[in-house]
Design a protein around this ligand. Structure first.
Ligand code: FPP
Length: 246
């Protein structure tokens, strides 16, 4: 692992993305290509997530957000949904101590009240115990859809009795599930699909996108480092000219 960190020159460390978000796609196709059940693809996907969490932490990424379960994923066969919930719970129980040791704060975005009660309780416990982690915030998007998040935020603003004239970008952002984190600088999607799939629509307004050909179970720390290097080569202008940025 250290070798990856050592590979980074002091210059590349300066321009690191603060927040990387990943759409982990392709578990099913990976399993199918090997004659395995889809769930085995997800199990392998969790292992890859663990490696990427580790390297993101070691490199010094402050915020890592992983799209683990979308609102639309509830429509999958019940056995697959059940297996994904089981993998999620096992991940949290197995990795809690490592998160504590490494200063990782666990967080979620999405409508987690839809998750099974035992999974909700495990999430609440891990969030509470890791709340003091300061090195990296690990966020799992669970039962997440960006449009749903925005609707929930607007409803919460109405309930809070906000004056319409007081609503601005900052206020709306503070009602989103992501209120605790900066916008993503870099969004990576695996499996060769070039779609955003209802992920961080508001927050990704100025993000760089990298669409990676390989399936999530084949994604590794080299791909992750290469994506950061690609990000560092891009110039982010936020609508300004290059001269204005100088
Ligand atoms: C997309 O693959 C992936 C998912 C729907 C779930 C992703 C979840 C994990 C990798 C595990 C959760 C991670 C943690 C850390 C608990 P797909 O099934 O849509 O693949 P396909 O498009 O090839 O069918």
């Amino acid at each position: 692992m250290d070798s990856f960190v050592n590979l980074m020159s002091p210059l590349t460390r300066v321009n690191l993305p603060k927040h990387i978000a990943i759409i982990m796609d392709g578990n099913g196709r990976w399993a199918k290509a090997r004659g395995l059940h889809r769930v085995e693809g997800h199990a392998r996907g969790v292992k890859v997530s663990e490696d990427i969490i580790e390297v993101a932490h070691d490199v010094g990424i402050g915020y890592l957000t992983l799209y683990a379960f979308s609102k639309e994923n509830w429509q999958r066969p019940p056995e697959e949904v059940h297996a994904l919930m089981g993998l999620l719970k096992a991940f949290l129980l197995e990795k809690k101590q490592k998160m504590l040791d490494k200063g990782i704060r666990f967080n979620t975005i999405g409508d987690i009240l839809k998750l099974p009660q035992d999974v909700q309780e495990t999430i609440a416990m891990v969030k509470k115990e890791t709340a003091h982690g300061e090195k990296m915030m690990l966020t799992l998007a669970l039962s997440y859809g960006s449009r749903d998040e925005i609707i929930r935020a607007v409803r919460a603003m109405f309930s809070a009795g906000l004056e319409t004239s007081s609503v601005n970008e900052e206020i709306l952002a503070s009602f989103l599930d992501t209120a605790l984190m900066p916008d993503p600088d870099l969004i990576i999607r695996t499996s060769g699909e070039s779609r955003i799939s209802n992920f961080l629509l508001w927050q990704g307004a100025y993000a760089e996108f990298i669409f990676e050909e390989c399936l999530w179970p084949d994604f590794d720390q080299h791909h992750f480092m290469a994506a950061i290097a690609e990000y560092q080569k891009r110039e982010r202008r936020y609508g300004k000219t290059s001269e204005q940025l100088m």
